[in-house]
Write a protein that binds this ligand. Structure first.
Ligand code: N01
Length: 541
C-alpha cells in the first residue's frame, strides 16, 4: 500500500503515547504511515514537561502500554509514581523496540490539514513548507499540549529568566540561591514548588485558587510486587480496560453519607496514609452530592491545618471549591513546604497581579523582586491542541468554525467529527481522556481506529464520516452525564474557565472507561452505527 514519499495511507500528528502506538498499529496492518512531531524526540507530554518534580500520578505499573505482553514484561518501573525522566526513557525504549523512528519526522509541525473532496484525501501542510497527502488524518496531540501563558502586562520587560512548566528547557535550570516566583498551584505547580524550594534562595508562590492535595507517598517498588504484576499481566490488563478510570481500583459502592462520621474519617485517614488518589474514590457520591463532597473537602482542610504551622498561612491554603472538580492532586511535601523559612505565599485572588516589571511581579499590594519566574499556569485543554492547526473538512469548513470557537464543540464518541471524513482524534473532546488513566484510553482509541481503517480496506470502502444526528446525540449524552455531577459547577480548565473568553463546556465523557469501550465496540460491531461509510468507486481487489 506504500505510495510516493509524500503520499501516505495515514498521517499522524504527535509522537507521544498516542502517536507511537498508532504508528505501530497501522504499520503492522500494512498501511504506509508517517508521524510528524514538533519535538526533537519522542515522548509528547513527557518530552515537554520537564519541570522540577514532574511525575505522573497514575501508578507506574498501570501507566504503560498493555498491547504487548512482551513489552510489559521487558520494562521494569523503579517506583510507585514514575518520574518524568523514567517515563521518557520508557517511551524511547518503546520507539527503539518497535523501530518506530524511521517513520517519524521530528522538528516538524503540522500547520494545516485540509480535506480534498475530489481526491478524497487530506492535504497536510508542514511548517517547513512541504506538503504531504494522506487518506486518513489522525491526531495524537494530547489534551494538554497548548501551554497557557497568561497575557500579563510587561513580561517582555522582565530582566530575569522565565519558564513555563509545559515547555521546560532540556538543560538543568539552576535556581541555587535565586529569588524565584511561581505562578500557579495546579498539578504542575504543586509538584514543582517543594523541589524548587529546596534549591532556591527564596521562593514566592503566587496562588489564585488554593488546592486540595493528598500525599503521594511515593516509594521504590518491591521487586516481588513487580514480579507479581508481570505474572498477572493478563488479569491486570483486563481489569484496567473494564474499570471506571483505567486502573484496577474497586468501584466505590457506598455513599459518604450512609456511614458514620467515625467510619468515614477512618476511610479518609487510611486513604491519606496509603497515599495517592484514594480519597477521591472512597465513595461514589463525592463528585455528585454537595454534602458528600464536603466531607472529603473538610477532611483535607483539617489535614492542611494540621501540617501548616503558621495559622495565617494555613488559612490562605484552605480550598473551598468542590473537591475533585478541579483535577485532584497528589504531592510530595507540598503543604510542608509552607513551613520553610524561604517560602512565602501571595494570594493573588485578593491582590491580583497587575504587571510583570523589570524587577519581578507587581500585585495590587506590593512588588516582589525576583531573579526567575515560573509559569505553572496550565494549558488550553482539550480543544487547544487541535485548534492550533487549521483543520478543514468538507466545503472548507474549519474545525474552529464547526465548533463555533468552542461554544458548540461536539464530536461523535470523541473520536470523529461530522463534516470531516477520514479524520480521527485520539482522546479527543467528549471521550474519557484526562479523567482516566491516559495510556488505557489511548490504546482503546488507537485499536478502535486501527480496526476501523482495516474494516474499510477489507470492505473496499473509501470514507467514513460521523452522522450529524449521531454526533448531536453523543454530545448531548456527554453533557447530561456531566451535568448530573459537581464538575460543571466549578471554574476549572475542564470547563475551559482558565482561558479568558473560552466558552464554558465540559468536554470529557464521565461514563467510565469500561462502559465507553463497550459502547464503541457495539458501534463497530453494528457496522459503524452512526457513521456513513462510502464504497470505493474502484472494484474491491
Ligand atoms: O495547570 P492547571 P497544571 N493568574 O490549569 C493558575 C495534568 N498534569 O499545569 O486555579 C494567576 O491545573 C491557576 O489558578 P486557578 C493534569 O491533568 C498532570 O498544573 O485557575 N494564576 C492554577 O493554579 C492537570 O490538571 C500531572 O485560579 C493563574 C494554575 O495556574 C493538568 O495537567 C502533572 C493564572 C494552573 O493550574 C494541568 O495542570 C502536571 C493567572 N492569570 C499536570 N492563570 C500529573 O500526572 C492560571 N493560573 C501529576
Amino acid at each position: 500500500m506504500t505510495n510516493k514519499l509524500n503520499n501516505f495511507d495515514a498521517v499522524v500528528v504527535g509522537a507521544g503515547f498516542s502517536g507511537l502506538y498508532m504508528l505501530y498499529r497501522l504499520r503492522e496492518a500494512g498501511f504506509s504511515t508517517r508521524v510528524f512531531e514538533a519535538g526533537e524526540g519522542v515522548g509528547g507530554t513527557w518530552y515537554w514537561n520537564r519541570y522540577p518534580g514532574a511525575r505522573c500520578d497514575s501508578e507506574s505499573i498501570y501507566y504503560n502500554y498493555t498491547f504487548s505482553e512482551e513489552l510489559y514484561k521487558e520494562w521494569t518501573w523503579s517506583s510507585r509514581y514514575p518520574e518524568q525522566p523514567e517515563i521518557l526513557k520508557y517511551l524511547n525504549f518503546v520507539a527503539d523496540k518497535f523501530k518506530l523512528r524511521p517513520d517519524i519526522q521530528f522538528k516538524t509541525r503540522i500547520t494545516e490539514a485540509h480535506y480534498d473532496e475530489d481526491q478524497n484525501n487530506w492535504r497536510i501542510q508542514l511548517d517547513d513548507r512541504a506538503t504531504v497527502t494522506a487518506k486518513y488524518f489522525i491526531t495524537g496531540v494530547g489534551c494538554l499540549s497548548a501551554a497557557n501563558l497568561p497575557n500579563f502586562k510587561g513580561l517582555e520587560n522582565f530582566k530575569g529568566k522565565w519558564y513555563h512548566t509545559g515547555h521546560w528547557p532540556h538543560e538543568k535550570v539552576d535556581f541555587t540561591g535565586k529569588r524565584v516566583g511561581i505562578i500557579g498551584t495546579g498539578s504542575s505547580g504543586v509538584q514543582a514548588i517543594p523541589v524548587i524550594a529546596d534549591e532556591a534562595g527564596e521562593l514566592t508562590v503566587f496562588q489564585r485558587t488554593p488546592q486540595y492535595s493528598a500525599p503521594a507517598r511515593n516509594h521504590p517498588y518491591d521487586p516481588e510486587y513487580i514480579r507479581q504484576s508481570k505474572e498477572n499481566f493478563k488479569e491486570i490488563k483486563k481489569q484496567m480496560r473494564e474499570s471506571q478510570g483505567g486502573q484496577p481500583v474497586p468501584t466505590p459502592t457506598k455513599s459518604a453519607l450512609e456511614v458514620s462520621k467515625e467510619e468515614r474519617e477512618q476511610v479518609y485517614n487510611d486513604a491519606w496514609e496509603n497515599g495517592g488518589l484514594g480519597i477521591f474514590s472512597s465513595y461514589y457520591d463525592i463528585t455528585i452530592d454537595e454534602a458528600a463532597n464536603e466531607t472529603a473537602a473538610e477532611f483535607i482542610r483539617s489535614k492542611i491545618c494540621e501540617i501548616v504551622k503558621n495559622p495565617e498561612m494555613a488559612q490562605k491554603l484552605l480550598p473551598s471549591y468542590y473537591y475533585g472538580t478541579k483535577r485532584p492532586i497528589i504531592d510530595t511535601n507540598y503543604y510542608e513546604t509552607f513551613n520553610r523559612d524561604n517560602v512565602s505565599l501571595v494570594d493573588v485572588k485578593s491582590s491580583p497581579i497587575v504587571e510583570i516589571t523589570q524587577k519581578g511581579i507587581k500585585t495590587t499590594e506590593a512588588e516582589y523582586e525576583l531573579d526567575a519566574i515560573v509559569f505553572a499556569t496550565g494549558f488550553d485543554g482539550m480543544t487547544g491542541p487541535l485548534l492550533k492547526m487549521d483543520i478543514r473538512g468538507k466545503d472548507g469548513v474549519s474545525l474552529k468554525e464547526k465548533w463555533m470557537g468552542g461554544s458548540q464543540t461536539r464530536t461523535y464518541l470523541g473520536v470523529a467529527n461530522s463534516g470531516f471524513p477520514n479524520f480521527f482524534m485520539i482522546t479527543g473532546p467528549e471521550s474519557p481522556s484526562v479523567l482516566s488513566n491516559m495510556p488505557v484510553s489511548i490504546e482503546q482509541h488507537v485499536e478502535w481506529i486501527g480496526d476501523c481503517i482495516e474494516y474499510l480496506r477489507e470492505n473496499g470502502m473509501e470514507t467514513i464520516e460521523a452522522n450529524v444526528d449521531a454526533e448531536e446525540a453523543w454530545s448531548q449524552h456527554c453533557r447530561e452525564v456531566a451535568e448530573a455531577t459537581l464538575f460543571t459547577k466549578t471554574d476549572s480548565w475542564y470547563m475551559g474557565a482558565n482561558i479568558p473568553g473560552k466558552p464554558r463546556r465540559f468536554l470529557i465523557y464521565l461514563g467510565g472507561v469500561g462502559a465507553y469501550r463497550q459502547k464503541c465496540d457495539e458501534i463497530a460491531a453494528n457496522g459503524y452505527e452512526g457513521f456513513t461509510l462510502k464504497f470505493s468507486k474502484k472494484p474491491v481487489s
